[in-house]
Design a binder for this molecule. Structure first.
Ligand code: FES
Length: 121
């Protein structure tokens, strides 16, 4: 079962929760279910307010599939390069920044960092 650890100035300490591998929950859904307030608005990859930084803690470093909306939004925020997109799509290498509403939990332990400011991972 993958562990998702949330780290933010909004939290007194890091919070680790267990996600269900193979589930199609997004990081934002997992956060909601555990009352962790990642800023968000559209929940559809279009506003960029749910920007997070993701660090792989254990398991293979792999990217959860980038949706077209996520790629476009991260590019417009200046948070992903064409090379990072290529590495994610061709070699399954996780990019540093993601959108919590688009990132589907995979079977790996990750650290999710967010500042608490919309779009300010
Ligand atoms: Fe708008 Fe995620 S909530 S992009």
């Amino acid at each position: 079962m993958p562990n998702v650890t949330f780290q933010s100035p909004l939290l007194h300490k890091n919070v680790t929760v267990y996600a269900i591998a193979g589930d199609t929950s997004t990081i934002l859904s997992v956060a909601d279910a555990n009352k962790i307030a990642i800023p968000h608005d559209c929940r559809d990859g279009e506003c960029g307010s749910c920007l997070i930084e993701v660090v792989t803690l254990s398991g293979k470093t792999m990217g959860s599939l980038l949706t077209e909306k996520e790629k476009a939004q991260l590019k417009s925020l200046g948070k992903i390069t064409a090379e990072e997109i290529r590495l994610a799509e061709v070699e399954d290498v996780a990019p540093k920044y993601r959108l919590a509403c688009q990132y589907i939990v995979r079977d790996q332990d990750i650290l999710v960092k967010f500042s608490g400011e919309p779009g300010g991972a």
